[in-house]
Design a protein. Structure first.
Length: 133
């Protein structure tokens, strides 16, 4: 953990999502202030128990996930348990033809499984104003 003025930034090594048999070092980040906590999963494996241990009772106000976290049943349940004020989904393929179908699936999953309980924003352009926490 590093203290940066009013912020503390903690990082925890996790397994990376499987990627072409590559061994990739990976970490998730927990950024805290007196009034807010932000959890950034990046490309961590979608293992709810791993993230539950890392957070150790902390309920982040904002969580950044990739599409794989949204569609995993155990992670979906865990994200609903946390009840963050907002979830931002990024790392969505920008292929306009959506050959993998991931963009379509992400939009459908967000609308079906999250919009009624947790506000969710799909980060589709960079830079993008994300609003206030």
């Amino acid at each position: 953990t590093v203290q940066c003025g009013p912020f503390s930034v903690s990082w925890y090594e996790t397994e990376h999502l499987p990627y072409k048999d590559a061994q990739v070092r990976h970490a998730v980040f927990l950024i805290k202030t007196e009034n807010c906590a932000i959890y950034i999963l990046a490309d961590a494996i979608p293992d709810a128990e791993v993230h539950r241990k890392i957070l150790n009772g902390i309920k982040p106000d904002v969580i950044f996930v990739n599409p794989m976290h949204l569609s995993n049943p155990a992670m979906r349940e865990f994200l609903h348990e946390l009840m963050p004020k907002h979830i931002y989904t990024y790392h969505i393929p920008t292929d306009p033809e959506d050959r993998t179908g991931m963009r379509r699936k992400t939009i459908r999953t967000a609308a079906r499984d999250y919009q009624k309980t947790v506000p969710i924003t799909l980060v589709t352009e960079f830079p993008m104003y994300l609003g206030e926490v």
